[in-house]
Design a protein around this ligand. Structure first.
Ligand SMILES: NC(=O)c1ccc[n+]([C@@H]2O[C@H](COP(=O)([O-])OP(=O)(O)OC[C@H]3O[C@@H](n4cnc5c(N)ncnc54)[C@H](OP(=O)(O)O)[C@@H]3O)[C@@H](O)[C@H]2O)c1
Length: 321
């Protein structure tokens, strides 16, 4: 397939109603010109528990169908790849389902209609530096990239990894003070290191916008890890913005030495591995793991001023608090 002759029109989304899938799906459904058809593959449980959301999406005007199936079932996935003949598959499956994607990719490469697939990434650059191959949270995504490199030819199936860095909307609300975070109700914040280390963020709506931008630029996006960012700022700049938008008073700040975060990370992997991923990712972000010489925003047609900015993102976080 020549990359210049392909325009995605018929989309199939896995994990559409999940934390980031929701933003991706909303942007896809709002995209104009509209895509010809969107299929949402979802579990029976979600089809029931999120039926209002699914009904709203079916009513937006773009042809939307809901395919209820089990993502672990080869038969269900094969049927989804045949029904409505999708040309592009977008996975936004959660961390618990990442290993399933090897099968999704294998079956997509065999499916006649499917030409392009976005694995579930939407996060940290898992091939950033020499330490990246050893980071525990990266392992399933790295294994999928290896499988794709070794088994999938672009003539069968194009792949795009959308690498977004941390979601600003989540990053400001950390689960533990050791992770860094902002609490407007007490005007307190905890910052990793001296708060001057830059971090490249995406807001969650922008993840959806970048995904649609990639869909509009197949030739530029095929077979790449696209690194996209809403803005790059330091935690101290985020703090300044919070202080400005909450009346100008100085907040009370705790600085968490990177060594303390690392110690908490090691302890979490030993004692509560279920919560450890958050510590590792925060450490990677604080160590500069989201910084690049150049991002790919403009490659897919997203210019300066077309993403949410820090001031808007903080205003939104304050409203949602
Ligand atoms: N950059 C960041 O700050 C950040 C933060 C969070 C996540 N992420 C990344 O974003 C991607 C999506 O994560 P998420 O948190 O948005 O996902 P999520 O909400 O946990 O899950 C998304 C969907 O995946 C399906 N699913 C989840 N677990 C499953 C399982 N064990 N078996 C089968 N299906 C399962 C469910 O869909 P159905 O029931 O509809 O089938 C679910 O709604 C991941 O790659 C994750 O690493 C990035």
């Amino acid at each position: 397939m020549s990359s210049t002759s392909f325009t995605p029109a018929r989309l199939l989304i896995f994990g559409a109603t999940g934390a980031i899938g929701k933003f991706i799906t909303e942007e896809i459904l709002a995209a104009r010109p509209a895509f010809r058809h969107v299929t949402i593959f979802t579990s029976a449980n979600t089809a029931t528990s999120k039926k209002e959301l699914l009904a709203r999406w079916k009513a937006v005007g773009m042809p939307v169908s809901v395919f209820v199936g089990d993502v672990n079932s080869e038969e269900d996935v094969k049927r989804a790849y045949q029904t409505e003949a999708p040309d592009t598959v977008i996975s936004a499956l959660g961390r618990g389902a990442l290993t399933i994607q090897t099968k999704l990719v294998e079956l997509a490469a065999q499916a006649e209609s499917v030409k392009w697939l976005f694995p579930s990434e939407y996060g940290t650059d898992i091939e950033h530096n020499a330490k990246s191959p050893n980071e525990k949270p990266h392992q399933h995504k790295l294994a999928l990239r290896k499988y794709i490199r070794e088994n999938i030819h672009p003539e069968q199936l194009h792949i795009t990894y959308l690498v977004t860095g941390p979601y600003f909307d989540m990053w400001v609300h950390a689960a533990s003070p050791l992770l860094g975070g902002f609490d407007p109700s007490t005007k307190t914040a905890s910052l990793i290191g001296d708060g001057n280390g830059k971090v490249g963020f995406c807001t969650m709506p922008d993840v959806g916008k970048f995904l649609v931008a990639a869909l509009r630029h197949p030739a530029e996006s095929f077979d790449k890890a696209l690194k996209v960012q809403s803005f790059v700022v330091t935690p101290n700049q985020v703090l300044d913005e919070y202080e400005k938008q909450t009346g100008g008073d100085k907040w009370s700040i705790t600085y968490v030495p990177l060594a303390d975060l690392k110690a908490a990370e090691a302890k979490a992997w030993q004692e509560t591995p279920g919560s450890a991923t958050g510590f590792t990712l925060r450490r990677i972000w604080a160590e500069g793991g989201t910084l690049y010489d150049k991002n790919d925003n403009e490659l897919i047609g997203v210019g300066p001023g077309e993403t949410e900015d820090l001031s808007y993102a903080v205003a939104k976080a304050l409203k949602q608090h």
